[in-house]
Ligand binder design. Structure first.
Ligand code: D5M
Ligand code: FE
Ligand code: ZN
Length: 527
């Protein structure tokens, strides 16, 4: 087996029971004869060593002719000296206010070719900071009883309502009914029902802890356009004028919990990057192993030296029985074997990259959201790379930059319910903007998105994140909403028969890379 490519070296080492430092792998890849060098390293490594370290490799290379990295002809050179994997713009990528792939290839400084000295590597683990802020794993109290539904909606109304109550002079639903016709009124509530009237106006029923009250949006008012964005069960405030009989109010304005325009994102103090990916789907016949291996190889090159974090937003494996007839497209039919295979692919990622992962709807955790992180058995299977395994959704902070990770099942719903120009599969980040505006990752209950009622609503976007990362729709798109960077990562699965039947053309084999010091995004393509 040729061993020029770092990913193959990692596979070889892990198959023999070793993890390896990133630099150790890079040096092996650069040796004159990587396979021979690897054998010698394994011969000479202490018996109790579990990790192949750079000094193990150095010791071997410095006592042999293999010390000089070969500068021509070898595959390792191709991986390092070439102008990196192609970085072209996927058709659906919106560059928005973010540095797009085009800008990246034009303005990028030359690829580092100074050799393999560790001085060129930025990763000093001591400088890292990764904090898990929100993870509901182990916190689930839900029993699925009626009371849980009452408490989760009460919590939602309380906490999202708190973001609105200072902005309007609100009254409870029951108090509004008793006010004089013609009064100016306001209410904070959950959207209970949205109906169009025979004359083309909109009737929106809001519910609070005291009861419900109907609000009428006239079709010619400027706010009529916003009605198309509303989802049942979201929390908002309405202001308006009571009708003469006080039985209904005419809407003058609508207010959403939203991201304050004053939000200023935090950034890292040094140049450090994170790869944001999702939807690997190992076990599917369409899993793109070659693209994944190219990605893993690239992470071992100096061009990727600043990539110190990798966030995986769900659908690690294809799963079993997720959709009808899915078994016809499975490459691995056993769910545990799928995770074993995924784990092998994960091991190819440099060992010094910090990984955080949340589950998705194809993963072997409960389907209803919030989804707790993987159980002990699966954690054990995936333990080699020591990833942080947290719930869907979760908030993590990377060197001061907060990232809300959510798999994204509700995006299907947002895209289905909203008009094309406001949310579409081609611009998945715009669908994400609506979740940010509603400050909730899955507002609508009872549709596609299965929700598990808990005492607390874990799906509320309580703190404003600096980055919002989702996946699921297998489309790449990113942009900024009130200075929050929204990124929907693509996938590592080629088009499935189902996707073909509904004309979904996935963005497969792309890795968006975020500069944590500037929140600029570049896209690496591996397919
Ligand atoms: O979802 C990938 C995307 O494709 C997401 O937008 C849902 C959609 N999808 C895929 N298969 C189906 C079926 N069988 N029914 C409905 N929607 C589907 P993923 O979570 O990766 O399957
Ligand atoms: Fe997926
Ligand atoms: Zn999914």
């Amino acid at each position: 087996m040729p061993l020029e490519a770092p990913a193959r070296i990692v596979s070889e080492l892990t198959s023999r029971g070793y993890n390896a430092e990133r630099e150790a792998v890079t040096r092996l890849a650069a040796a004159e004869d990587p396979a021979a060098a690897l054998e010698r390293v394994l011969d000479e490594i202490p018996d109790d060593a579990l990790v192949v370290r750079t000094d193990h490799v150095e010791a071997v290379l410095s006592t042999s002719d293999e010390s000089a990295p070969s500068r021509s002809g070898s595959g390792a050179d191709a991986a390092v000296d070439d102008d990196s994997p192609p970085t072209e713009s996927p058709p659906s990528v919106s560059t928005g206010t973010v540095t797009g792939p085009g800008a990246e290839s034009a303005g990028r400084s030359p690829v580092e070719t100074k050799g393999y000295s560790s001085a060129n590597r930025s990763s000093d683990p001591a400088q890292r900071s990764l904090e898990i802020v929100g993870d509901m794993t182990g916190q689930s109290t839900g029993t699925g009883e009626y009371d849980d539904f009452v408490s989760v909606f009460r919590d939602r109304l309380d906490r999202l309502g708190a973001k609105l109550r200072g902005r309007v002079n609100h009254r409870p639903a029951t108090a509004i009914q008793g006010m004089a016709g013609g009064s100016e009124v306001a209410m904070v509530g959950l959207v209970n029902d949205i109906r169009s009237t025979a004359s083309g106006h909109w009737l929106i029923e809001l519910e609070d802890a005291t009861g419900t009250f109907p609000w009428l949006v006239m079709k010619d008012r400027e706010y009529a356009d916003l009605v198309e964005e509303l989802l049942c069960d979201e929390v908002l405030a309405m202001e308006g004028t009571l009708a003469d009989d006080s039985g209904i109010a005419f809407v003058d304005s609508m207010h959403f919990p939203d991201i304050p325009r004053t939000h200023e994102p935090s950034t890292a103090d040094r140049h450090v990057q994170a790869a944001l990916i999702s939807d690997v789907h190992v076990g599917s016949q369409e899993f793109m192993a070659d693209a994944w291996n190219d990605f893993a190889d690239w992470l071992h090159t100096p061009e990727a030296e600043h990539v110190e974090y990798m966030l995986l937003a769900g659908d690690m494996v294809e799963g079993v029985g997720v959709y009808p007839d899915q078994d016809e497209e499975l490459d691995i039919v056993d769910i545990y074997e799928q995770y074993e295979a995924f784990s092998e692919h994960l091991k190819k990622i440099p060992g010094d990259i910090e990984i955080v992962m949340i589950p998705g709807n194809h993963d072997a955790v409960r389907l209803a959201e919030p989804q707790p992180g993987f159980d002990e058995v699966l954690r054990e299977i995936m333990s080699a790379h020591d990833p942080q395994i947290v719930s869907n959704p979760s908030m993590v902070t990377l060197e001061g930059v907060s990232v809300l990770m959510y798999h994204g099942v509700s995006l299907d719903e947002v895209i289905a319910e909203l008009p094309e120009e406001k949310a579409s599969y081609d611009d998945p980040h715009k669908a994400m903007y609506h979740l940010l505006k509603k400050r909730h990752v899955a507002p609508q209950f009872g549709g596609h998105t299965r929700l598990a009622p808990e005492e607390k609503d874990y799906l509320i976007i309580d703190e404003v994140p600096d980055i919002f990362h989702t996946g699921h729709v297998h489309k790449l798109g990113f942009g900024k909403y009130h200075d929050v960077l929204a990124i929907n990562s693509g996938c590592w699965q080629a088009q499935t028969d189902f996707q073909k039947s509904v004309n979904i053309d996935p963005d497969a084999g792309f890795a968006p890379i975020v500069d944590l010091d500037t929140l600029n995004v570049t896209v690496q393509k591996f397919s």
